[in-house]
Design a protein around this ligand. Sequence first.
Ligand code: FE
Length: 176
Amino acid sequence: MKIILSILIIISLQMCSQIKQPENPKTMENFTTKNNPYYSRTDRTKLSVPNSEWKKILSPDLYAVAREADTERPFTGKYNKFDELGEYYCAVCGNHLFRSDSKFSSTCGWPSFFEADKEGVAYNRDTKYGMERIEVVCKRCDSHLGHVFNDGPPPTGTRYCMNSVSLEFVGDSEKK
Ligand code: FE
């Protein structure tokens, strides 16, 4: 009888340990960086990772924008109205892209910057949808970030129009 009781207790303990706690929003937000072996904020070595691999790692929203050049709906992104001091990194690979000093209030509906980290971004000609635009991609992982236009404020006159989902912000107060 004692043995049966012991077995029952062990089984019930195992069942309890298998019940997963629901993940909080903060954890979900960091899903990409925690399960992404390519993510680094210091390594700038060029990556060559196929989309089949990124699809397993990235959230569907980030994959659609970063790897399929989708655009998030205007005025919906988490960094559209956001003015904390810190650094913006590529949400796919961790490459440094922008400093908050270059962010400005744009009415276009997407987070906008007048200057990018020259080592962080690269450019492609984009003629989709009958428009002539310049696509901005991450220099390290080639992920789509947004587009750049020549109607920005001083001192550069440049407007980097970015998708929030492609960016990962780290505040100055969070730096270790
Ligand atoms: Fe990247």
